[in-house]
Design a protein around this ligand. Structure first.
Ligand SMILES: [Ca+2]
Length: 645
């Protein structure tokens, strides 16, 4: 408490009673509500900033925020993916409630968000940069955002819906536009500006050309687990494919490894090439954060502005031989978080309490004296910022990743000491003792020495799932079926027509093709919906492997009256649906044929004699899997005929 008293004294409030710290300044200074500048990057691992102890780069401008404010060493995200984290931050609600469980979904802009509440409370609100939630931004007096992922060079931006192409580099331009808004805003009211960078998300080759020589002759130190062979964990932990393994990511770089390079040498080479580029993106980000801070100084705004720096999630910097995020593992779970507000936050302070992206909305509202609405599930950490940890601050957090990009759905609980992970589709569990094994190399689930810890963590996980209302998995329970190599997010049973697939959100049942089809394939079956009301659909699915993002689904949205060809992710957005309206009886049995030409890269879906064509977007070498999909639906399928060569 003495620290807090000293601190309160330093802001001239020592005589004010200590109760309800969240109200002190609002009461003392009714007109003194701070401005808010929320700077967020994309995929920036805390360990790629010098204030978090980077061994590979320096970030003097981001460090300035740590020096002048508070640095959080245990800021964690609840679903480590771009759009989901953004939706959690805006709404203060978990993914299953805000609707953005993965990057493919469209944000429902009618729901409550912290910018809306600040706007209602008299704040002037704006967002500049990456939005990534598909629907137009709501709750902002001004918005100027990149469409989708946006691009680094000569980016297009949508300014209040109007498309404009900018000449230059995205990280510079987003900063320019943010400063431009700060200069010309109406004033007279506090502001809340969200400055969301595209950096440092890939493509990593698209660094600012002025940084092309940076790290050119350097040799980045390798992380200790770069050459992890996953021996101490089960296959489920170790299996992520080309979106993760450094040696398999040559297609993400313009440079190609020297011929003959393999094994550890190849992984090391990829590590150097990938992360030198990544750090060039960070260099531009850091410089531009410096520009924004300089502008606050020059405009006289620094003293009365809360400045936040964070990233939408963490990122693997070569640990376990990986890049990317998505996992509950520490590297992708941890977010950098720095908060500066000289009036209330002690310069150079460090906080190790567990805070979440879920807490950002209630905290920013608390700064503005706006009460947290009941539906927000996070908790304000303003008292932590003021140097005081409430006794009942959380000792555990809940995480749920919904299974895309080749990483199986998993949810879990992390406490200060342990982490328990469950993979519902395969029924697997993992337990790590973070104190003894901070790099998460030894799964101790099943170890008798940890039996009681595992039971306690299971109970805590159940408690958190109940507390946050996340009691379902992604869909129907999955059961194996002897006729299918893969059943995911669903169940298959025999039926009169052939099989009934009762699928969850990504329900599918696939078998291997008799041989890989490398030139063309023709797939045929009949299907009919068993749904009455609710979702009615059925698809023939195929792809090079069974990962959902590598599949194409061709079939019928029965209730919507559409024939449809859907390309899976990544980037498997609604923009990648080709549809054709049709009039038919929803209870009928559809005759569906899909012809795929791998040479011409075309797909033809024919339903009851009506054809719909779409290009095959990905340059597949072969089709290795085919089968059925039904999304949140129960659908009957006849036996699938497959011909091809
Ligand atoms: Ca991201």
């Amino acid at each position: 408490m003495s620290t807090r008293r000293t601190f309160l004294k330093s802001v001239g409030l020592a005589a004010v009673p200590l109760a309800r710290p969240g109200r002190l300044l609002a009461d003392a200074e009714p007109k003194g509500r701070p401005n808010i500048l929320f700077i967020m990057s994309d995929d920036h691992a805390a360990l790629a900033t010098s204030c978090y102890g980077s061994r590979i780069n320096t970030t003097p401008h981001i460090d300035r925020l740590a020096r002048e404010g508070m640095r959080f060493t245990n800021c964690l995200c609840t679903n480590s993916l771009c759009a989901p984290s953004r939706a959690v931050i805006l709404t203060g609600r978990y993914s299953h409630l805000n609707g953005i469980t993965d990057n493919r979904r469209r944000f429902d802009g009618s729901q409550q968000t912290f910018p809306k509440l600040l706007q209602k409370a008299g704040y002037e609100t704006a967002i500049v940069g990456k939005w990534h939630l598909k629907s137009p931004p709501t709750g902002f007096d001004y918005w100027n955002v990149l469409p989708g992922q946006g691009r680094y060079r000569n980016p297009v931006m949508l300014e209040m819906g109007e498309k404009k192409t900018h000449q230059g580099y995205a990280t510079d331009i987003i900063t320019d536009e943010a400063i431009r808004w700060l200069k010309r805003r109406k004033g007279g009211r506090p502001f809340c500006l969200l400055c969301h960078h595209k950096a440092v998300h890939g493509p990593v080759d698209h660094f600012d050309p002025k940084h092309a020589k940076l790290y050119e002759d350097a040799r980045l130190p390798e992380p200790p687990t770069l050459h992890d062979d996953y021996r101490t964990r089960s296959k489920a932990a170790a299996a992520p494919g080309h979106f993760f393994r450094l040696e398999a990511m040559g297609r993400h770089l313009r440079a190609q490894p020297p011929k003959g390079l393999a094994g550890k040498a190849l992984r090391s080479w990829m590590y150097q090439e990938f992360f030198k580029r990544y750090l060039r993106l960070v260099a531009s980000l850091d410089e531009n954060i410096g520009r924004l801070l300089d502008h606050l100084d020059a405009a006289g705004l620094a003293a009365n502005t809360v400045v936040v720096y964070t990233s939408d999630q963490g990122f693997f910097l070569g640990e376990h031989g990986w890049f990317n995020k998505m996992w509950i593992y520490e590297e992708s779970l941890r977010m950098p978080l720095l908060v500066r507000y000289p009036k209330e936050i002690k310069a150079g302070s460090v906080n190790a309490d567990m805070v979440l992206n879920l807490d950002f909305a209630p905290t920013l509202l608390d700064f503005a004296g706006v009460p947290r609405p009941a539906e927000m599930q996070g908790r304000s950490f303003l008292s932590l910022l003021r140097g005081h940890a409430p006794e009942d601050w959380r000792g555990s957090m809940y995480y749920h990743y919904y299974g895309h990009y080749g990483v199986a759905e998993h949810y879990g609980v992390r406490t200060r000491r342990h982490k328990l992970i469950h993979f519902p589709s395969i029924g697997a569990w993992k337990l790590f003792d973070l104190e003894k094994d901070p790099r998460e190399l030894h799964n101790v689930y099943g170890d008798p020495a940890y039996a009681s810890v595992a039971e306690q963590l299971k109970a805590e996980l159940a408690r958190l799932r109940k507390q946050f209302g996340d009691t379902d998995t992604a869909g129907a329970p999955t059961t194996a079926h002897p006729d299918f190599a893969v059943v995911r997010d669903g169940q298959v049973k025999a039926s009169k027509l052939g099989y009934t697939l009762t699928g969850g959100r990504d329900g599918l049942a696939l078998r291997k093709t008799p041989k890989p089809f490398t030139t063309r394939a023709v797939l045929h079956c009949k299907l009919r919906s068993l749904g009455k009301g609710g979702r009615q659909n059925g698809f023939i699915s195929f792809g090079p492997d069974p990962a959902p993002e590598h599949l194409v689904h061709c079939g019928v949205y029965i209730k919507a009256g559409q024939y449809v060809i859907i390309h899976g992710g990544p980037g498997g957005s609604e923009d990648e649906r080709v549809t054709k309206d049709a009039t038919f009886d929803a209870s009928k049995t559809f005759d569906v044929t899909v012809a795929v030409d791998l040479v011409q890269r075309s797909i033809t879906l024919t339903v009851d004699g009506v054809a719909l064509k779409a290009p095959l977007r990905k340059p597949w070498q072969a089709i290795g899997y085919f089968g059925y999909a039904a999304h949140n639906a129960a659908t009957d399928f006849s036996k699938l005929e497959a011909k091809g060569e």
